[in-house]
Design a protein around this ligand. Structure first.
Ligand SMILES: NC(=O)c1ccc[n+]([C@@H]2O[C@H](COP(=O)([O-])OP(=O)(O)OC[C@H]3O[C@@H](n4cnc5c(N)ncnc54)[C@H](OP(=O)(O)O)[C@@H]3O)[C@@H](O)[C@H]2O)c1
Length: 258
């Protein structure tokens, strides 16, 4: 049985990937997140059977549940898209320790666990897409733990891509800037008075379309939008201390809504 697996498919970019990825030759689409009804609602829009798997990926028990599902079905996983993730805005005092751990658990640990558990079921021609972030390229005060988790994802994805070359499996990190999704509903629940400036915002459709084009070109990193690609280039050239100063002054001096 040939399948694709998408985590975080109940909203935002994960949902968009679930709708947009090429289903030709696939027997089933497995979608993972906590909100089962949202996952089940995807079936109405997808022409192959959708398996809605309700898992809280911050709970380590979910890994063994996923492992059992894989063992039972023994599928050939053609594509894995890791989209489950969240961030919180605010200073180190504003973001509760529970959320610092939650971001590390979901954005890093869950992504690695799902990937490692899936890899034995992947073969030549398969691909892994990891939803990363523009914040992966620099330290980001007031989005600090989140950005650090995304730096991890970038490093992990690049290294894994190299390791998987002999198996003919491609791994790509997707590093968008701001994207209009439910991400902000969760990010802004802290006592955030710091992150106010949103220079460019994109839609989930724009990011996913770009990523699927970049996948065809076997890119290791996908960045949507020329201004964001220029920002990545600049950040690579400038010292991090200067990049952080610019970011902080933008946040303090300007308000640009999404
Ligand atoms: N939006 C942005 O500006 C932006 C920019 C750069 C990168 N990103 C990254 O893009 C990815 C997707 O985010 P999005 O913008 O599409 O936001 P979103 O609409 O909030 O989607 C997040 C997804 O993660 C799932 N999720 C959250 N907690 C989970 C948990 N404990 N277990 C399993 N799944 C969980 C959510 O499903 P349930 O709530 O149903 O569990 C949802 O499907 C994230 O990694 C995010 O960090 C976002």
């Amino acid at each position: 049985m040939k399948i694709a697996v998408v985590t975080g498919a109940s909203s935002g970019m994960g949902r968009e990937f679930a709708l947009k990825i090429d289903k030709s030759g696939l027997d089933e689409l497995w979608v993972i997140a906590r909100r089962k009804e949202r996952l089940e609602s995807l079936q109405a829009e997808i022409g192959i059977p959708v398996r809605a798997i309700s898992l809280d990926l911050t709970d380590a028990l979910s890994y063994s549940e996923y492992a059992t599902l894989l063992k039972q079905a023994s599928p050939d996983v053609k594509m894995l898209v890791n989209c489950s993730g969240y961030g919180k805005f605010g200073t180190y005092e504003d973001v509760p320790l529970e959320d610092c751990n939650g971001m590390i658990d979901l954005n890093c640990k869950a992504l690695v666990n799902i990937t490692q558990l899936t890899l034995p079921y992947m073969s030549e021609g398969a691909s892994i897409l990891n939803l990363d972030s523009l914040s992966a390229f620099q330290p980001v005060p007031y989005l600090n733990v989140y950005a650090a988790t995304k730096a991890f994802v970038l490093s992990y994805s690049r290294g894994l891509c190299m390791e998987l070359k002999p198996r003919g499996i491609h791994c790509m990190a997707i590093c968008p800037g701001w994207v209009k999704t439910e991400f902000f509903d969760r990010a802004e629940t802290t006592n955030n008075g710091r992150v106010n400036y949103f220079n460019h915002t994109y839609t989930a459709t724009q990011v996913v379309d770009r990523a699927l084009k970049d996948l065809k070109k076997k890119k290791q990193v996908s960045v949507c939008g020329l201004p964001i690609r220029n920002q990545v280039r600049l950040v690579k050239l400038l010292p991090h201390s200067l990049v952080m100063k610019i970011w902080c002054s933008q946040q303090q001096n300007k308000k640009k809504s999404r």
